[in-house]
Ligand binder design. Structure first.
Ligand SMILES: Nc1ncnc2c1ncn2[C@@H]1O[C@H](COP(=O)(O)OP(=O)(O)OP(=O)(O)O)[C@@H](O)[C@H]1O
Ligand SMILES: [Mg+2]
Length: 592
């Protein structure tokens, strides 16, 4: 477990900083909370006086009624203050969290892909959702109530000492024990909070992954095992919670006993005092004893709650630390250049480009390749040879380690990222679709792309027919990740996506899966339409695509080993491409 960060205070300050734009709410809730600490302790004092003056000394029902209505007034003011403080502290909390969540999402959107390689989705979801909730509580019930509790404590003590200091001292005897118990309690709560926090993250990650990978789980009959593993994680979560509950269930009876002790001391004191006193003198103490009984109750409640409230602060700060860790992750942020005007209708050069995802494991080694403007180049090679990695570098999802990638003369790092990505359309190997309509999956929310454009594009790539067969054609909701479409159909949607964006540079990472001959033919003609007249890099698995390319680049274990067209590569004596071809490496199911 992580040691307690020495800069907890700093962390808390940083959290408070987020409340700065909402100073008004903070001020209103602060003032109302301060005012709120007055009427409570005042009530016992009023009641004590009423008992003394209008019951013990003189029986005066009309004055009793008068003071009772004052008491009612005090109660109403208290209720009103409660309403104001609770509304504004929650408003403050929600506003702060709204901003923080926005900032977090904004940050996530800018991370490089390498960040997502390292961090499980479930953990990131936990940061944005449940960690934020814990931070909300810091503002809604943490800080404000601690302030209110502290003030009412002080106010009660002052009133107690003012009315009878000996009685006050006597009843305070159990307080040091209470403080000690509180401390022990707070420590054990903190531990269980930390465990709980980790358990929540683990639960989220586990559930998210199993649900995403449900087909694998079921296909390999892993249900029982996964269920058992889940039970373990779920159990750890319960354990962490139970520990907190256990601490609570010990702490509260202790507080009860101690507060009863205070009352007992109060009575003992009373008994000692009355010996040898006249009846009148004894009766003059009724009011005080009455008031003290109420005060003692009021005194214990905030002390008992303080431990709770500090725990909320504690938990919120622990979670905030995790959130800030993400916000501080600058190394993984994408950085774009500044050049916005670049002609993408130029040759693309790879010069001595090397790259590794993990240091020490080179994936691309000194790649030298020029893709001429307007040509279609096919990249072929065994699985894992680094083909997709070339796409990742060109789209700047990852940064190459050495060498240069140039569009004409301009290195891609110098190009403003949105400009770069607007001009390069990538059809990825695994098509990702959102749980949205066909139309929105093509436009990705870009309102400037009209329905006509989408239809035109889908006719061009030959997808119009199958879309029209869907229940609501272009407004058909495809399930999450496009689960309700076939692989070929998903690929076609990705083609439409690329087509409507009319890029200068097209990158197509063909799916490795083989398709039935009808889909094959559709994809084939779609590929031809897409690549026609624009610089295209096609990572090809299909022989038909490869043969139609102007040139073929052959990758082997991260190295460019051969370059040329189909016929010339086949003529190479003992060539790598020829060997692949002879082994029928490529998908050869040609459209008939
Ligand atoms: N995000 C990543 N983090 C670490 N290593 C990776 C990552 N992506 C790919 N690799 C590794 O880099 C190497 C090249 O992967 P790449 O995806 O470029 O292969 P590929 O040629 O596209 O293969 P395929 O034909 O199967 O799609 C592989 O050895 C792979 O293990
Ligand atoms: Mg690949």
């Amino acid at each position: 477990m992580k040691p307690v960060n020495p800069s907890k205070k700093k962390l808390f300050k940083r959290l408070l900083f987020f409340a700065k734009p909402y100073r008004k709410y903070l001020a209103i809730s602060m003032v109302s909370v301060l005012l709120l600490s007055i009427p409570g302790p005042l009530r016992p004092w009023l009641i004590g006086n009423m008992v003394d003056k209008y019951i013990v000394q003189s029986q005066n029902p009309s004055m009793l009624l008068f003071w009772s209505s004052i008491l009612l007034g005090v109660l109403m003011v208290e209720g009103l203050l409660q309403l104001v403080s609770s509304y504004f502290s929650n408003l403050l909390a929600q506003s702060v969290i709204f901003d923080l969540r926005k900032k977090m999402m904004h940050h996530f959107l800018r991370f490089r892909m390498s960040y997502f390689d390292k961090n499980p989705v479930g953990a990131m979801v936990t940061r944005v959702v449940s960690d934020m909730e814990a931070i909300t509580e810091v503002f809604s019930s943490g800080i404000m109530e601690i302030i209110s509790d502290l003030f009412s404590l002080i106010f009660i003590l002052v009133l107690m000492f003012l009315s009878n200091w000996e009685l006050a001292l006597m009843t305070l005897i159990p307080i040091p024990f209470l403080l000690f118990a509180t401390k022990v309690f707070a420590r054990s709560m903190k531990e269980s909070f930390q465990q709980e926090r980790m358990a929540v993250t683990r639960l989220n990650t586990f559930v998210q992954e199993r649900i995403s990978g449900m087909s694998i789980v079921q296909l390999f009959n892993r249900e029982r095992e996964e269920y058992k593993r889940f039970e373990k994680i779920n159990g750890a979560h319960r354990q962490a919670h139970l520990k907190a509950v256990w601490a609570n269930s010990i702490f509260f009876p202790v507080v009860e006993v101690l507060s009863s002790l205070s009352i007992a001391f109060l009575l003992v004191f009373g008994a000692l005092h009355v010996s040898g006193k006249s009846a009148l003198e004894i009766r003059s103490m009724y009011g005080e004893i009455f008031a003290f009984t109420l005060w003692i109750n009021q005194l214990y409640r905030p002390i008992r709650q303080l431990a709770d409230k500090f725990n909320i602060l504690q938990r919120g700060t622990v979670r905030a630390e995790r959130v800030f860790d993400v916000l501080d992750e600058e190394a993984d942020l994408q950085e774009g250049g500044t050049i916005r005007e670049v002609n993408f209708a130029q040759d693309v050069h790879f010069k001595d480009v090397s790259f590794s995802y993990q240091s020490g494991v080179p994936v691309l080694k000194k790649i030298n390749l020029t893709i001429k403007q307007g040509e279609t180049i096919a990249i072929v090679g065994a699985t894992g040879s680094g083909k997709t990695t070339i796409v990742n570098l060109l789209g700047r999802f990852y940064e190459h380690d050495a060498g240069e990638i140039l569009i004409g003369e301009t290195p891609i790092q110098a190009i403003y990222l949105p400009t770069l990505r607007k001009n390069i359309a990538v059809v990825l190997q695994d098509v990702f679709l959102f749980s949205d309509t066909v139309h929105n999956n093509v436009t990705l929310g870009d309102a400037t792309i009209s329905r006509e454009q989408v239809i035109e594009a889908s006719k061009a790539v030959g997808a119009h027919e199958f879309i029209m067969r869907l229940p609501n054609d272009y407004d058909h909701q495809i399930g999450e990740r496009g689960g309700m479409l076939s692989v070929g159909q998903r690929q076609l949607l990705a083609f439409i996506r690329a087509y409507v964006y009319v890029p200068q540079l097209l990158i197509l990472d063909e799916a490795t899966s083989s398709l039935d001959s009808e889909s094959e033919q559709m994809i084939q003609s779609a590929t031809e339409k897409l690549t026609a007249g624009r610089t295209s890099i096609v990572i090809a698995h299909r022989l038909s695509t490869i043969q139609k390319a102007d040139r073929i680049a052959v990758l082997d274990k991260g190295e460019l080993v051969e370059l040329g067209d189909h016929t010339s590569l086949l003529q190479l004596e003992n060539g790598y491409y020829k060997r692949l071809y002879d082994r029928q490496f490529f998908n050869q199911n040609q459209p008939e």
